[in-house]
Design a protein around this ligand. Structure first.
Ligand code: ZN
Ligand code: ZN
Length: 362
């Protein structure tokens, strides 16, 4: 079963941390560690308890039947919590004679306090335990991410016909969403960014009713979701013929993107890849116009581990899926970002993004 390997990895981490029981409550981590398909949404309504000899999901009546069905043939036991989820969990664990209960550090302070009071015994907080397992993708997860990226690439092909003067950013963003969902996306990995002209100088611009204008940079950042897994891609085009300055900026970003991809290998810290790409942009004189990190992990969430920013100290591992997305943003003029999705393999990066990267002049 899908969840067996995940559970045994988590259990070995729990042994190292010397905790008896670990309470997983982050909705994405609950979905991951149980491996249950089609049961969970974004609702924070579950508690998955993993100990050396048990794996129990506590949930409420809205999810109980589907969780029970999904658990068939797995090591998971599903419990319908008739009272408060955490009161039930603490009572059951106390009965089992557990002494150290570990929570995720992402637990809100109020809940941490409540559970600590209910529990009475030792409470530990473990940082990003499940997240660190999630960052190394299994073959089936890679298949899903690739399918999401391929749908995202088809969406880019489709939207090129829509990019013309007079159409608003909002209309483009809507069509991106319509197309992705019509083609099978379960939603959007994040609200699409469509930023034109001077708006493209904002790395995470909000979509506006601005009409696309001849000569604009148009920056599109979006991603589909397939079988619970996200894609993430950015392309920047020019409406009409590009100016010399636009070409110069685009070339700097494209060269940084290519250098970053070439620098990826197992064992290399994320920040070293960031440094390689960033120095390309610095050498072209745009160093102070690239403020964000080079990339981030992608999976069930669009932003996850590992980090490929200037402080990304973790070394890349085979099976990590990361973005490579340098950008140059000139206030009042416009900006360019080129973002690819890659998987780290033994001999380097394999690019999952299929869309061309040469400057398109539409
Ligand atoms: Zn993106
Ligand atoms: Zn991204």
């Amino acid at each position: 079963m899908l969840c067996d390997g995940r559970l045994s990895t988590l259990r070995s981490k729990l042994r190292d941390a010397q905790v008896d029981a670990f309470l997983v409550t982050h909705p994405v981590n609950v979905a991951y560690i149980t491996g249950f398909e089609g049961v969970f949404d974004s609702e924070d309504a579950h508690a998955a308890v993993v100990s050396s000899d048990a794996a129990v999901l506590y949930t409420d009546s809205r999810y109980f039947d589907s969780a029970l069905r999904a658990s068939e043939g797995t090591p998971w036991q599903v419990v319908l919590a008739k009272r408060d989820l955490f009161v039930t969990v603490c009572e059951d664990l106390a009965q089992e004679g557990r002494s150290v209960l570990a929570l995720e550090t992402s637990v809100p302070y109020g809940r941490f306090k409540f559970i600590s009071e209910q529990w009475g015994g030792n409470v530990a907080a473990l940082d990003q335990l499940v997240e660190r397992i999630r960052k190394v993708k299994e073959a089936d997860e890679l298949r899903r991410i690739l399918a999401a990226q391929q749908l995202t690439d088809r969406t880019f092909d489709h939207i090129l016909d829509w990019l013309r003067p007079g159409v608003t950013e909002l209309e483009i963003a809507l069509e991106l969403e319509f197309f992705m969902r019509r083609e099978g996306s379960e939603g959007v990995a994040f609200p699409p960014i469509v930023a034109s002209g001077p708006n493209s100088a904002f790395p995470h611009a909000r979509v506006t009713v601005r009409e696309l204008t001849q000569g604009d940079f148009v920056k599109l950042d979006f991603g589909a979701v397939v079988e619970g897994y996200c894609a993430d891609m950015t392309r920047t085009v020019v409406l009409g013929a590009a100016s010399e300055r636009q070409r110069e900026i685009y070339r700097a970003v494209l060269d940084a993107n290519l250098a970053g991809i070439a620098a990826i290998a197992p064992g290399v810290p994320g920040r070293s890849v960031d440094r390689v790409a960033r120095s390309v942009i610095e050498d072209r004189g745009f160093g102070d116009r690239f403020g964000h990190g080079l990339g981030h992990g992608v999976g069930m969430q669009v932003h996850e581990l590992p980090s490929m920013g200037p402080r990304g100290s973790e070394s890349l591992l085979v099976g990590n899926v990361v973005t490579v997305e340098p950008g140059v943003y000139i206030p009042g003029f416009g900006g360019v970002r080129i973002e690819d999705l890659v998987v780290v393999e033994e001999h380097g990066a394999r690019v999952l993004t299929g869309s061309a990267k040469e400057l398109l002049e539409l």
